[in-house]
Every structure is written in C-alpha cells, then in structure tokens.
Design a protein around this ligand. Structure first.
Ligand code: SAM
Length: 211
C-alpha cells in the first residue's frame, strides 16, 4: 500500500526539542540486547531490504544496534553499523564493522564520498535533531542511484523522540521524512509505503534513491 494523502508539514521553532535533552551518550550507555519492533514488523523490514538491495552491496546501517534485519540468504560486500552503543553492535552478527558516533553532536559521517551502495535507518529517524544534515551526508557517502531505506513503527523512546515526531500521526510522519529528504536536495524517486503486517507492530517505509 502506498500513501495517497499529501500532508504539508509545517515545523514549529521547537520541532527538534526533546523531553530528555541530556547527551544521548547517557541514555544509550547501557546496552539493550533486544529488538525494537516485533517479529512480523522485522520480517516486513527484511522484505523491503530484499527488494531494494542487490547482493554484494556495501551497506551502511545508520543508527544501528543489535539487529540489522538484512535477509540472511543474501551476501553483502560489507555491512557497517554506526550507532551509540559499542556492545550492542559488537553482538550484531550481520555487521562487518561498527563505530560509535553521536549524530546529534556531529552529523558529518566519518566515511568517504560514494563508499556505500545502500543506506538503512530503521526505527531511528525520530531521534535526529539535525535530520536534514544527516541525510545530506547519506547522499554524499552513498553512490548515485543507491537506495536509502528509512523505516519506522509506532514504538519509540518517547523522551528521546523529537517534538515534531511526537506531534504527528503515523501517516504524517512519512511526509515529515519526505520533507527532510527533499530539503536535503540529493534524493529522487521518493516512495512512501505502509507495509504493516496484520495484528502486529505497524511498519512504514520511505525509500529514496540518491540523485
Ligand atoms: C530504537 S533503536 C533502533 C536500532 C536498530 N536500527 C534496529 O532497527 O533495531 C535506536 C537506535 O538509534 C541509535 N541512536 C540514537 N541516537 C543516536 C545518535 N545521536 N547518534 C547515532 N545513533 C543514535 C541508537 O544507537 C539506537 O540503537
């Protein structure tokens, strides 16, 4: 199912405020060896990855943790995780490399131009206080035509999600993400999808390609 509404998202001055404005390092210091969405929603994420990411691609899993949800049967050249907790990523069996990097302190990605062929941001975009700067960086480190796959559900750490995210409905959040991608200025073919399984966590995706 695709989205047919066309919400115009207006951001207020406090759009990127959060209830917990302490450094993210504090919140993520203790590892959470858990999944953040249920099994059926994870399967929906995996199916999108299967559909959009060719084998032997170098993948960047931004805002990574214990699970990357990539299909097991597909071989990737490498899967690099960037997140806040080293132990979570060390236990992620799909990552070939990982690094701790706070995107809310420094949105500049520590990678070269065109280093990757696919980018993932799974159930995490709601925590970014400079999402457009981060997405611009994804446009730089991903090769032209690479897919950037942003997925989200209705579960999140409420105190760490931005005011903009909390103020919107599930549908409207897809348009918020689309507006970030448009403002970043380096994405095309933006698709909005509802891949929610029945009687499980909902699962929405916004997929775009680097120009
Ligand atoms: C809800 S978890 C999702 C983890 C993983 N993507 C998944 O699908 O299970 C949110 C993740 O965002 C990452 N994150 C939160 N704030 C961040 C920041 N300021 N910079 C980088 N990563 C951040 C954390 O490391 C955390 O693992």
């Amino acid at each position: 199912m695709v989205f047919e509404k066309n919400y115009k998202i207006q951001l207020t001055d406090d759009a990127f405020r959060r209830a917990d404005e302490a450094p993210d390092e504090k919140f993520y210091a203790i590892p959470r060896f858990t999944s953040h969405i249920d099994l059926y929603a994870i399967e929906a994420v995996t199916e999108i990855y299967r559909q959009y990411i060719p084998e032997n691609t170098a993948v960047l899993d931004l805002m990574s943790s214990l699970l990357s949800h990539l299909p097991e049967e597909i071989h990737y050249q490498r899967v690099v995780g960037l997140g806040m907790n080293a132990r979570e990523m060390a236990n992620n069996k799909q990552l070939t490399d990982s690094l701790v990097h706070d995107l809310n302190i420094n949105p500049i990605l520590p990678f070269g131009n065109n280093d990757f062929g696919a980018g993932l941001i799974c159930v995490s975009i709601d925590y970014l206080v400079q999402p457009v700067a981060v997405l611009k960086e994804m446009g730089r480190v991903l090769k032209s035509k690479s897919p950037l796959i942003i997925t989200y559900s209705n579960r999140f750490f409420e105190t760490k999600a931005t005011a903009a995210w909390l103020s919107l409905s599930d549908d409207q959040r897809a348009y918020l993400i689309k507006s970030f991608l448009t403002e970043a200025g380096c994405f095309e073919d933006i698709e909005l999808m509802d891949r929610s399984p029945k009687a499980a966590d909902p699962l929405f995706a916004v997929v775009a390609r680097v120009v």
